[in-house]
Ligand binder design. Structure first.
Ligand SMILES: [Zn+2]
Length: 407
């Protein structure tokens, strides 16, 4: 009797004793794994990719550098800036920890929630003389080997240009020039259609079924079946919105496909037809994928019907930072069984409480509404797991996990 009671107590204790953060860490990355980390800061996008050979790629590092009740709260807290938290996160999960470098940084476009916001109040890097925020702050902590962006097409810095971008780009380019000269960083313009501009640089030969395709940039869209440019949406003299100029890539590993494409729009809410939008023009070259990030953070002008029907992802990832993310109609479209059959799961780094209340019943579609999100694709690409890491502490323990088969 006593023994039974003791056993019962022991079992209950084991079941309900809280695991320490250390016991519950993300299993370490191993050679052959593809890890895609959606880092939660509450202040814009940042995605850290660890390729199967250990090559590293960072896509964007946002920092709004301002406060508003319309923003999601900064996480884990204000003791570091978003750029510093992103660097801290990378150093935790980089195989070389604090000695790690970033083989590639891809900047999708030049808005603050993707590169940082440089204000007169921003701290200045003493040696480089450039303002520290977002990507320039990460790059001042972790050395960057190669930085890729869309260049200056359609972005004249004269009087016709977007005045907000002028100051932004000045600081960002000061950072690039300094890193090129002082730290040997290479700078390249995004090459639309390329299958090799971003590649495993440590052991390329070992992973022939791992490919990054450069899909679009500056409104130029690659052909579906080769490396040529199939569509040029803009012509010289045009001044398109910055979001339309975003660069997008597809990462394929065996049967697994992942897409991310900055802030391209899909709904012509200022009068242009949807079928002329970047989403509609790019959907065929993106193709059917396993995991997709929501374009433009799920803003209401994104994820049009044709686009959703074409991609049909099993997993949608939201990178939200404001009350507008996501739009109600966007949720209805991406979850609609009329647009594509079968199950799909939805995750986000954050959801603003006012939008959560506004969305009401639709919130049930979220598997998780908070935290860092990690996709781990296992060797060969047939299977992947999705982990949620607690973003309220610097230890980042695992608080949820899901398993999937690639399509
Ligand atoms: Zn954005």
């Amino acid at each position: 009797m006593h023994t039974t009671r003791y056993s019962l107590i022991l079992i209950l204790t084991l079941l309900f004793s809280p695991l320490s953060a250390q016991d519950n860490q993300l299993p370490p990355w191993e050679k052959g794994d593809l890890d895609i980390h959606f880092i939660s800061t509450g202040r814009g996008n940042s995605t850290f990719v660890l390729m199967p050979d250990g090559t590293t790629l960072l896509i964007d590092a946002g920092d709004l550098n301002s406060e508003s009740e319309r923003y999601t709260p900064p996480v884990p807290d204000r003791s570091k800036t978003p750029g510093q938290w992103i660097a801290d996160y990378i150093q935790q999960f980089h195989p070389e920890k604090k000695n790690g470098t970033l083989d590639y940084v891809l900047v999708t476009h030049y808005h603050d929630d993707h590169i940082g916001n440089f204000t007169p109040q921003s701290k200045t890097d003493i040696k480089g003389g450039y303002k520290l925020s977002g990507i320039t702050e990460v790059g001042s902590i972790i050395p960057i080997r190669k930085l890729i962006d869309s260049g200056s097409d359609f972005r004249p810095l004269g009087e016709k240009g977007n005045s907000y971008l002028i100051g932004q780009l000045e600081e960002y380019r000061k950072f690039i020039r300094f890193q090129e000269k002082t730290n040997g960083m290479a700078y390249e313009k995004f090459r639309v259609g390329s299958l090799s501009q971003i590649k495993p640089v440590k052991d390329h030969a070992a992973y022939p079924d791992f490919v990054v395709k450069n899909l679009f940039s500056n409104g130029e869209i690659a052909a579906v079946s080769d490396s040529t440019i199939a569509i040029r949406k803009f012509k010289e003299g045009d001044l398109p919105p910055e979001n339309d100029l975003s660069s997008g890539i597809r990462i394929s590993y065996g049967a697994f496909d992942f897409y991310t494409g900055g802030d391209i729009p899909g709904i012509g809410h200022t009068g242009a037809p949807d079928n002329e939008s970047m989403e509609s023009l790019a959907a065929p070259v993106i193709g059917n994928v396993d995991v997709a990030t929501l374009n433009h953070h799920g803003n209401r002008n994104s994820q049009n019907e044709f686009y959703v029907r074409t991609l049909q992802p099993r997993v949608w990832i939201g990178q939200n930072w404001t009350i507008r993310h996501p739009g109600e109609e966007v949720l209805r479209r991406i979850m609609s069984p009329y647009l594509y059959p079968g199950e799909r799961d939805l995750f986000t780094n954050a959801l603003h409480p006012v939008n959560e209340s506004y969305l009401g019943d639709l919130v049930k579609h979220y598997k998780s509404k908070k935290g860092h999100i990690v996709i781990r694709v296992y060797p060969g690409g047939d299977r992947y797991d999705l982990f949620i890491l607690d973003d309220s502490s610097a230890e980042r323990p695992v608080v949820g996990s899901y398993s999937y088969k690639s399509k």
